[in-house]
Design a protein around this ligand. Structure first.
Ligand SMILES: O=C(O)CCC(=O)C(=O)O
Ligand SMILES: [Fe+2]
Length: 212
């Protein structure tokens, strides 16, 4: 397949991403913070459209003690990710995180992670400056959900796709412009603790100087 638009977007999968102790601590922390999860919503306004995105996200101003260690782990890896994904180097801004739980029937339809603003100049911190999406997968053992693959689609509609399973303690990395979706999850117990958990991490660039 020679047309770049027809190809599955470039992506990486890193197995056993966190040391076992950190991974277990993260699961424990997440289950202890169940009350802070709310319907995920879409975009800056977090508009609810449960026919498009149907999951729960960690919200509120409470502490997220995993942000600093994850940032420290990921930042040094970004240049290598750029090289592997064919992304030209850029000036790093902060990393942005979202913790998400997918329980029975949850999914996220096809989308890109770079907002497509309606002609307005994006504000610093906007999704428009997301370059790379990294998704960390974790769940309680034994695993009590099925499905939930990350499906990466070719830019050309319905030509090709590749599935990445949400494997325990793995990280999927892809360009934020790549179209992707989360396939439906089945979680018969409906217990929050049995959810497919993910931490989305977006690597943003600092806004480039305005083009005259
Ligand atoms: O959980 C995943 O595999 C991807 C989630 C996603 O696409 C998103 O939250 O933007
Ligand atoms: Fe996404």
């Amino acid at each position: 397949m020679t047309n770049p638009l027809d190809r599955v977007p470039p992506h990486l999968v890193i197995s056993d991403f966190l040391p076992a102790a950190d991974h277990v601590a993260l699961i424990d922390w997440t289950l202890a913070n169940q009350a802070r999860f709310e319907p995920s919503g879409l975009g800056r306004e977090r508009a609810l459209d449960t026919g498009f995105r149907n999951s729960l996200s960690l919200r509120g101003e409470g502490p997220r003690p995993w942000v600093a260690p994850l940032t420290a782990t990921m930042m040094p890896l970004v240049p290598g990710w750029c090289a592997a994904l064919g992304i030209a180097p850029f000036t790093l801004d902060q990393l942005e995180f979202d913790m998400v739980a997918y329980n029975d029937g949850a999914f996220y339809r096809r989308h890109v992670d770079t907002g497509v603003g309606g002609g307005r100049t994006p504000r610093p911190g906007s999704a428009a400056f997301r370059m790379i999406t990294a998704v960390y997968y974790f769940h309680r053992e034994p695993k009590r959900f099925q499905g939930g693959a990350l499906r990466l689609h070719s830019l050309a509609h319905d030509i090709s796709y590749g599935d990445v399973p949400p494997t325990q303690n793995s990280l999927a990395v892809f360009p934020a412009w790549a179209r992707h979706e989360v396939m439906p999850v089945a979680c018969p117990s409906r217990d929050f603790a049995d959810s497919r958990f993910a931490i989305n991490c977006w690597v943003r660039r600092t806004p480039p100087a305005a083009v005259a």
